[in-house]
Design a protein around this ligand. Structure first.
Ligand code: HEM
Length: 127
């Protein structure tokens, strides 16, 4: 299997989860008593989950077109998936467990690393 295939499968699956979260937000959005940390964190989870799902789909479509070695392709591909799970997943859990903000930060760093590998592949190792 090409490295990017798993990002494409993960991306579409992650997208439907966070679209459903958007639908849930829609059902509760009119309730003026629903405010505070849970609403803010789940709204941020909805946005980041959707955007990182698209990032993974793009990553999956692009990574195998670079001339990176298979180790770096796999590393970037897994980092994009792990970063999306850590970042958007920790935003979902934040209302119950504030300390998870540390995991959110790690997720962000992991995503940055995955994108840096992609940039390296685009600039210096392109077919
Ligand atoms: C790729 C698809 C989507 C993207 C990129 C997206 C993005 C966003 C963004 C940027 C916000 C604003 C967040 C803020 O102002 O802090 C938002 C909020 C919201 N979205 Fe989505 N959205 C998507 C799909 C959906 C779907 C399918 C629904 C279902 C009805 C939905 C329902 C909502 C609701 C209700 C809010 C407001 C939540 C609140 O006020 O607490 N979204 N979304």
């Amino acid at each position: 299997m090409e490295a990017g295939k798993k990002n494409i499968i993960f991306g579409w699956s992650w997208l439907i989860l966070f679209l459903i979260l958007g639908f849930y937000l829609f059902l509760r959005a009119a309730d003026p008593s629903w405010a505070g940390l849970q609403r803010m964190a789940w709204r941020a989870a909805h946005v980041h989950g959707n955007v990182l799902a698209f990032l993974n789909i793009l990553y999956g479509l692009t990574i195998d077109k670079t001339n990176l070695g298979s180790g770096l392709k796999q590393a970037g591909s897994w980092l994009a998936i792990i970063g999306a799970i850590l970042l958007s997943g920790s935003l979902l859990l934040m209302p119950f467990f504030m300390q998870i903000a540390l995991v959110e930060m790690i997720g962000g760093a992991v995503i940055i690393l995955a994108v840096a590998i992609m940039i390296y592949g685009q600039l210096f190792a392109r077919v």
